[in-house]
Every structure is written in structure tokens, then in C-alpha cells.
Write a protein that binds this ligand. Structure first.
Ligand code: COI
Length: 377
């Protein structure tokens, strides 16, 4: 499949060192730096199967004004306001990263891309959308990385090439029903740390009037409409000096669910706990990996719990940290709830730091991947 890659234009064929000179790789943050190519593949509802996709220059895409994603993509906001659990939004996304392999000159590494493919399939099923096969998804990701290889952060950099697969109902539809055509698209951008704090600990605030998810809703799948509804809470928290928001369950307003863009872990009395994926929690791939890595560090299954985590669990907690593809593992130094600030241990000798080192070393090829999680390109 390497032979099907487009010939890079002369501007794109500069050596990695030349392109590396253009960007301040160490201070990228999570802004959008457009890259050269995107991957596009389409499918009709009638066929239900994606046909061969292809790379094209990165750029704007054409969409019908009546495309499913534009017309019904934000229905969830209204639905949440009137407290119904009827949802319709035909847009899913994924996020994964490619690193320049530290141990193999000239190759690139992906982390568990099949997990992203399967999560997209699961979300597509919930949203009545066809989805690419795991093989199609991984193939498309590889093509996108290779076509944009000059943007993969050099090994000494602190970031990665972030890959954003999208699945949208692109066909026109007026009545509320699945769109007649679907587009799977992948673009990529070099990124650094997600939070402006960089690798420094973050400060969260618990929100109890805006909810990210509800029972029977779509919190457990990566639909685009899980994100716009929390922007108000997030902006408000930022204006008050917090890094991000922790959302509570919509029924009891007692259980911690997740932050706007990442999952949550707490460490207390030698037990690692994270909210169970009961339909309102995004089943994060970093979350899943961190559970496994914690067990490898000698934590037994009974010391790594997936369960309801209440606000009360914050009292006396030793550590709190967040996990996600974009976020990686972010230590939390404080959580504020109703004006009460709970503080936690961060820095050296913490589980979160050890997990961060282990995880990123595997992802970058600095440590042996005994689990077969990485995929070399
Ligand atoms: C990711 O971590 O990849 C996500 O999709 C979160 C997003 C809000 C940046």
C-alpha cells in the first residue's frame, strides 16, 4: 500500500530536518497546524460498505446544506434541555497519535489503532451509521501518517502527530432519519501538550448543573455532539482560573463521570479507581491501557476498580489524574466542589508520573512493547 501514496509535491518532500526547522516542536500546544494530505472514503446507506478511499490535498470539503451531520448534528443540545432522551446526531470522531519510532530509524508508531476502529464501529452502530472495517480504518490511518510524514514530531520533541478520523452523515436528508451517504475522513496535525499547563498539574472544578451525558444517551460513544454542550461549563471554569471541568452524573449529581476531554482516576488507600463505563463514560483507550499498566505494577484486579466514584471519594484521596489520547496522563493538583478545594499529591514518586513514563515510553518505542500495543508503519 505504500506504492499507492501520492507523489509528494516538492514543498512536501523536504527532509524531516528541514520541515522540523519550521515549527517550534517543543511549544506546539494543541492548536491546529494544517498538514498536507487527508484521507477520504465514502459509503451509501444502501450499500452499507465503504469502498476504496484515497488521499487528497488537505482542504475544505463540500457538504450539502441538508447533510445529516449539519442538520441534526446538534440535536442533543435541544434534547438535553427538554429532558428527553431521544438523540440523533450523525457524526463520530476518533483521536490517535503517531510518533517517530525511537528504536527503528525512519519508521513511525501508532498506539492501538484497532481499538479506535472498534470504538468507531460501536459508535456507528449506536448512531445508525455504516462504518469502515478495522482493516480499512487502520490502513487509512497509516496512509495519512505516511503522506504527512514530514509533520511527525522528531524524536526529541515533546509531541506527536495527532490523527483525527471522522465519520459523518454527509448525504442530504430533511426528515429525521439516517443520512443516505456517509463520509469517513482522516486529517492530521502535529501537537504538543493538551492543557496550557503543559505537563504541570491541572486544577479542576466540579460542575453540577451542566451534564455531559445521561442514562440512555450517547456519553459512552465518541459522537461529536458530546462536546459542544460542555463548552459553556468549560469556558466558565476557565474564566475562573480552572483548567477544566469534572462532570457529575445527571441522575444523582453525586458520582464523578469525566472531564470535558478525558477520563478520571483517583488513588486512595492503595486502590486505583475509575468511573465504570456504564454508558455515560467514554471508554478511553488510554483509560483501558492505564488500568492494565496499573495492574502490571503490582496492583491486583481488586485494587484497580471500575466502579461508581463519588465526590466523597475525593476526601483523603492521595492522587487524582486524567487520561486521554490528547491529554495522555495529566496529574490533578486540586478539585474544587461548591467552593471546597481538595488537594492531591503530584510530582515525583506518584503513580501518575510512573504510568506516564511507562505509557509514553511504549508509545514512542523507548521501552519494549510486551503487550503488542504498538503498530509500526
Ligand atoms: C482525544 O483525546 O483524542 C479526544 O478526542 C479529546 C478531544 C476533545 C481533543
Amino acid at each position: 500500500w505504500r506504492s499507492s501514496l501520492p507523489q509528494l509535491d516538492s514543498a512536501d518532500s523536504r527532509s524531516d530536518e528541514e520541515s522540523g526547522g519550521e515549527i517550534d516542536w517543543d511549544n506546539l500546544g494543541f492548536g491546529l497546524t494544517p498538514t498536507d494530505y487527508m484521507y477520504v472514503m465514502r459509503c451509501s446507506l444502501e450499500d452499507g460498505v465503504f469502498s476504496r478511499g484515497e488521499l487528497s490535498r488537505y482542504g475544505n470539503i463540500e457538504l450539502s446544506p441538508s447533510s445529516g451531520v449539519i442538520n441534526y448534528g446538534q440535536t442533543r443540545v435541544m434534547a438535553a434541555c427538554v429532558r428527553t432522551y431521544v438523540l440523533d446526531d450523525q457524526g463520530l470522531f476518533e483521536g490517535l497519535k503517531a510518533y517517530r519510532a525511537a528504536n527503528q530509524q525512519g519508521s513511525y508508531m501508532l498506539f492501538r489503532p484497532e481499538e479506535n476502529a472498534r470504538r468507531m464501529q460501536h459508535g456507528a452502530e449506536r448512531m445508525c451509521m455504516p462504518s469502515p472495517s478495522v482493516e480499512q480504518f487502520v490502513h487509512a490511518v497509516k496512509q495519512t501518517v505516511l503522506a504527512n510524514r514530514r509533520w511527525v514530531v522528531p524524536p526529541q520533541g515533546k509531541g506527536a502527530l495527532y490523527i483525527r478520523p471522522l465519520l459523518i452523515g454527509s448525504g442530504p436528508i430533511l426528515g429525521l432519519a439516517p443520512a443516505p451517504e456517509y463520509t469517513f475522513l482522516i486529517y492530521a496535525a502535529p501537537v504538543g501538550t493538551y492543557f496550557k499547563e503543559g505537563l504541570a498539574p491541572i486544577n479542576l472544578v466540579v460542575e453540577d448543573s451542566i451534564h455531559r451525558a445521561m442514562p440512555g444517551g450517547t456519553g459512552g460513544v465518541k459522537t461529536i455532539t458530546n462536546y459542544a454542550p460542555v463548552l459553556k461549563a468549560q469556558m466558565d471554569a476557565k474564566s475562573r482560573g480552572f483548567t477544566d471541568v469534572l462532570y457529575l452524573d445527571a441522575v444523582h449529581k453525586t458520582y464523578l463521570e469525566e472531564a470535558s476531554s478525558c477520563n478520571l482516576f483517583i488513588v486512595k488507600d492503595g486502590v486505583v479507581a475509575t468511573p465504570a463505563t456504564v454508558g455515560t463514560i467514554l471508554p478511553g483507550i488510554t483509560r483501558k491501557s492505564v488500568i492494565e499498566l496499573s495492574r502490571d505494577r503490582g496492583y491486583q484486579a481488586k485494587q484497580v476498580e471500575e466502579r461508581l466514584v463519588s465526590i466523597d471519594d475525593l476526601v483523603g484521596a492521595d492522587e487524582v489524574f486524567c487520561t486521554g489520547t490528547a491529554v495522555v496522563i495529566a496529574p490533578v493538583s486540586s478539585v474544587t466542589y461548591h467552593g471546597q478545594r481538595y488537594e492531591f499529591r503530584t510530582g515525583h514518586d506518584t503513580l501518575s508520573q510512573a504510568l506516564h513514563t511507562t505509557l509514553t515510553s511504549i508509545q514512542m518505542g523507548l521501552a519494549e512493547d510486551k503487550k503488542g500495543w504498538t503498530v509500526a508503519i
